[in-house]
Each structure stands twice: as C-alpha cells, then as structure tokens.
Design a protein around this ligand. Structure first.
Ligand SMILES: [Fe+2]
Length: 328
C-alpha cells in the first residue's frame, strides 16, 4: 500500500471519536467495481506539454460502485451525524464538514483503505495514496438551505485528485446532479471574462445508479459543480482526496484557499507535513540521481525545484487569507 504521510495517531484538540459506530470491514462494506469509461485530459483539450506536468493524464471516470448496500447505509448514518460539524466554504458551498476522519474511525478507515486506494490507482493509471492532508479525506457536502443555490458552484479543486461519492440516493432527488465541463479550465476563465454562460451542450451529468457510487476526478484540472436542486431534498456527497506518489509532477494544490475554510488546529500542521513530504521525495530523487558534472546552474536549479512546494507553502501561510475561488 502506498502512503504519502501516515494518518496521525494523535487526536487534534477538539476532536472526539464517535464511540458507537461499526468497525470498517472492507469485505462487508466495499463492493468495488471498475468504471466503464475513462475520459482523458486530452479529450478536454489540454495539450501534451501541460498534461506531462500533471499527476495523471486521466481527467475522470464514469460512475463506479464503491460501497455495498450495508456500507452505503453506514456512510449515510455517519454523514448525517457529521452535519453537526458543518460550516460554509466561503460563498462556494453553504454547508460542508471537513475533518470528519478525526471523528469517525469508520470514515477514516474507508478513506485510507488500501483496497480503495489500489482501485483508484488502477483508474488513474498511476500510483496514488490517500491525500497527505487528512482534511482532504472524507470531505462531506450537504444540500444548501436555499433552493436556488448550487450545491457547490462551478470550480476546479484545491487538490489534484479526488473521488466524489453519492451518499444519499440520487434517484430520490429532483436536480442536484454532479456536472462537469467538457473543456479546459483555461477556456472557463476565458468564457467568464467574456461574460458567457456555461454552454449546456458541453456539460456532462453522469448518472449515478445509487448511493455509494463514485467517479474518479482529476479535480484540479476538470471544472465541475453540484447543480442546484429543483425541489428540497437531502443531498449528501463525500469527496476523498488522493495524491500521486510520483512527486515530480506539479503539486496542483491551492492550500491557501483553505485558510478561511479549515480549522487552524489542523490546517497548518497538515499543510506543513504535505509540503515537507513533497520536498522530501524530490530531494531523495536528487540524492539518488544527480550525476557528477552537474555544474553550478544545474545543481542549484535542481535544488530549487526540489523545495519549490516548501517555499510556496511558507509564502502562502505568511500571506494569509484569500477568497475561496470559483467561477460564478
Ligand atoms: Fe470539487
């Protein structure tokens, strides 16, 4: 099993484990199935040079089953309990709960499950691990109280890779579809600058057959949203983050967006460890591979590239709050 940064063994202040939940059992609670379709970044219009710097050339998958019926029932019960800890994400999402993996061992064990991680790696076509920042594990979105609001506005993610899973049954809802844009985020920026609305013929709304189904997303590269509901109803989704184990690709994160969103008790510690892991991997590769005769320019440039994520983390932490980005 690949691990970027191990899930902490210590509990952060203010987080208590649920004491009355079942133990996660992959043989009973998982029912992993392969997706039937994989969409590539090149299908969205990204060019080879840009794709080469990213975690994977995969953009997203069609929906595939993750949880058994029993697993989906437990997930729904836990998600409802975690609503007690919901907060807004700027003006992008009205209600979401993060840090749930420090409260529910079942959710934690699902999110760091080696079986699920291996499944995700097979879809992405690269080795991946549960995200190094546990705040990005088991993120839960809830329907807004205002019907006209999108569940989550058009955006691309603050993390590279994620798995978006239905917790409630989509068949019970009118609207509230998960949607993605068949185009690049650069096109989205240009369309927004021209004041154009999202062209409906380029929006894909995959059918999720039930609760406990997910799609794999290259979330930092694919523009997506949770569309508004047409009638009030319970709509819960769970998002689990992943990172590519090959740290030579771009970091693809906007952790600074999290300053106004996340509990500082968790954020800076997790963020520092994530940046340190990235640099640690890159420095390790430099130690292993740097040949004699590298020369001043090459050696200094390689050292600099190895610590770029650490330098950016330091600068972003010190620069402080920034508005949560979205396209609306
Ligand atoms: Fe997202």
């Amino acid at each position: 099993m690949s691990t970027a940064v191990s899930f902490p063994s210590a509990q952060p202040a203010g987080y208590e484990w649920f004491t009355d939940e079942p133990k996660f059992d992959p043989t009973r609670h998982l029912a992993l199935e392969a997706p039937t379709e994989i969409v590539m970044l090149s299908d969205l219009g990204y060019d080879d040079a840009e794709i080469a710097t990213k975690a994977t050339p995969v953009a997203c998958s069609s929906p595939f089953r993750v949880l058994s019926d029993e697993g989906a029932e437990i997930m729904l019960i836990l998600a409802r309990r975690l609503l007690d800890f919901a907060k807004p994400a700027g003006d992008r999402i009205e209600r979401m709960t993060r840090g749930g993996c420090y409260r529910s061992r079942w959710l934690r064990d699902l999110c760091i499950s080696p079986e699920v991680s291996a499944h995700m790696a097979s879809i992405y076509g690269v080795d991946v691990a549960p995200h190094a920042m546990p705040l990005h594990l088991g993120h839960i979105n809830y329907q807004p109280t205002n019907l006209s609001d999108a569940v989550d506005k058009w955006h691309h993610d603050t993390l590279p890779l994620d798995c978006v899973m239905t917790v409630t049954d989509p068949a019970t809802l009118d609207g509230g579809h998960f949607e993605w844009f068949r185009g690049t985020k650069h096109e989205m920026v240009e369309m927004r600058a021209r004041g154009e609305v999202m062209p409906r013929e380029r929006v894909v709304a995959p059918e999720f057959p039930g609760p406990g189904y997910a799609i794999a997303l290259h979330g930092n590269m694919i523009v997506h949203r949770g569309a508004p509901l047409n009638a009030l109803g319970e709509r819960i989704s769970m998002v689990n983050g992943y990172v590519a184990m090959d740290s030579s690709a771009d970091e693809q994160s906007r952790s600074r967006d999290l300053i106004v969103v996340d509990d500082p008790e968790l954020l800076y510690t997790e963020w520092a460890k994530y940046a340190a892991w990235r640099a640690h991997e890159r420095l390790g590769a430099l130690i292993a591979d740097l040949p004699f005769g590298a020369g001043s320019e090459s050696a200094s440039a390689k050292l600099e590239a190895s610590i770029v994520d650490v330098q950016r983390a330091i600068a972003d932490m010190r620069a402080g709050e920034v508005v949560v980005e979205h396209y609306e």
